[in-house]
Ligand binder design. Structure first.
Ligand code: FAD
Length: 417
């Protein structure tokens, strides 16, 4: 996961895993529990809101409130758990080859790695996916759906401020993070303010391209930019926006240190081919979703957890054994990935489409969705709260029982580095 950018919401479905790994207390120290999201017109009038404490209490039902954490802080917590000698920095994968017995990875610095299998979790522009697909395409084995580029409909400017003065904005004192979303009236943007710990605010402006754009993958890669120049340029367009904190966006932008503001393209696509031979894909490399559902990183982690849980019981590592395992992995993860893609796409439309009809839809969705629909959709995505099957389980908590899991009989390795 790249460290730049904004905030990450860790939903209740993933928190038992963090508890099991002994990371939850650190996460809780660095994060705020999600309180609510308030939707506003451009003139800041409230359209509707959704709270984690009503009409039903998320913690009571699923064990924990989602946690809102700066992306940078989450990366730091995760990295702190991996012995440094197990991470190789500055490696850019250029090519992968495989034969019956092994997979071979070639990097730009001419280093070469050999392995039994390769898990490609290298993001939306995955080099592993591109190598795999080129190979399949040359053999006439790549489905048509996997040859089309990602759908690109949004540009996004994100940043995290330095600590602000909470006396100027008392919302920053709140224990809970109450998200404020302003929906542009005439122009096609939405704007988010997300309070973080240490009186920081993560903010995000999303610009919607009505017709959508399609670029070839390498063009998308070149256009995609987490760098500061493109961000600076886009920021001029939105400095005058009024925020619910009584200041202009300019004030938040100016409180954002250099390097903590990025411009990102938001694409979406669901790929059909998840594996071939000894190579398997996970995360954004295989299901790139819009950030409106707050689910992308969560799903990447759950993909990899699913693989780890299956690999621990693998008896043989022949290509055939791996094919069976990867097929089972795809069968388990594909339906969730598809639902998340649809959900995030739907949220994006509700928040960003313009015109009287879309205004009506927006009001209906934000104001009149019955509480049982909210709960049903939450239940659907929170029933599965998986943990590592090769470690002692921890209590998921909540009145809504989690999907049962079977412990692996096999404890594969000592947890010491
Ligand atoms: C503005 C915004 C807000 C978001 N908010 C949320 C949220 O609240 N909750 C949530 O769950 N998700 C959120 N997401 C989505 C989330 O950030 C992504 O879904 C998640 O980071 C995907 O993780 P990943 O590991 O699959 O890919 P990435 O995070 O993209 O990581 C890929 C890694 O692979 C490396 N890499 C790439 N190419 C190569 C190569 N050739 N060789 C070697 N290494 C390579 C990259 O350097 C990177 O470290 C948000 C996204 C955006 C843009």
């Amino acid at each position: 996961m790249t460290p730049a950018g904004s905030a990450i919401s860790l939903p209740s479905s993933i928190l038992p895993l963090f508890k099991q790994l002994g990371l939850f207390e650190e996460i809780r120290r660095l994060a705020k529990p999600f309180g609510s999201v308030v939707f506003r017109e451009e003139n800041l009038e409230i359209i509707g809101s959704y709270s984690s404490r009503g009409p039903f209490d998320v913690k009571e039902r699923y064990g924990e409130y989602p946690q809102i954490i700066a992306r940078r802080d989450l990366c730091r917590v995760l990295m702190s758990q991996i012995p440094s000698h197990k991470i190789k920095y500055g490696k850019r994968v250029l090519d992968i080859r495989q034969n019956v017995g092994e997979v071979i990875v070639h990097c730009s610095d001419k280093s070469v790695f050999h392995g039994d299998l390769l898990i490609g979790v290298d993001g939306a522009y995955s080099a592993v996916r591109q190598c795999l697909y080129n190979d399949l395409d040359s053999k006439g084995l790549l489905p048509k759906q996997d040859k089309t580029p990602m759908n690109y409909q949004y540009d996004c400017l994100v940043g995290v401020t330095e600590p602000l003065d909470p006396h100027q904005n008392t919302a920053l004192f709140d224990k809970f993070s109450d998200l404020q979303t302003v929906l542009g009236k005439a122009s096609t943007y939405s704007f988010w303010c997300i309070p973080l710990t240490e009186f920081r605010v993560s903010w995000m402006v999303v610009k919607y391209h009505d017709k959508g754009k399609k670029y070839a993958e390498d063009t998308l890669f070149k256009l995609s930019d987490w760098g500061s120049d493109a961000a600076e340029l886009m920021s001029y367009e939105y400095r005058g926006l009024k925020t619910p904190y009584g200041c202009d966006l300019a004030s938040l932008i100016d409180s954002t240190p250099p390097g903590a503001m990025s411009k990102v393209m938001l694409e979406e696509k669901f790929y059909k081919t998840w594996h071939s031979g000894r190579v398997v894909l996970a995360g954004d490399a295989i299901h790139k979703v819009l950030p409106f559902g707050g689910q992308g990183a969560n799903q990447s982690i759950l993909d990899v957890l699913t693989l780890a849980n299956m690999l621990v019981d693998l008896q043989n590592n022949t290509v055939e054994d791996l094919r069976v395992l990867f097929q089972e992995y795809q069968k388990l993860r594909e339906p969730v990935g598809r639902s998340i893609l649809q959900l995030s796409n739907h949220f994006g439309h509700v928040m960003n489409r313009k015109g009287w009809f879309n205004d009506l839809v927006r009001k209906a969705v934000l104001f009149h969705t019955p509480r049982w629909v909210h709960r049903m959709s939450y239940d659907k995505f929170t029933y599965d709260r998986p943990q590592a099957v090769f470690l002692p389980f921890t209590e998921s908590g909540g009145s809504f029982p989690a999907k049962p899991q079977k412990r692996s009989a096999y404890t594969p390795f000592s947890l010491d580095p």
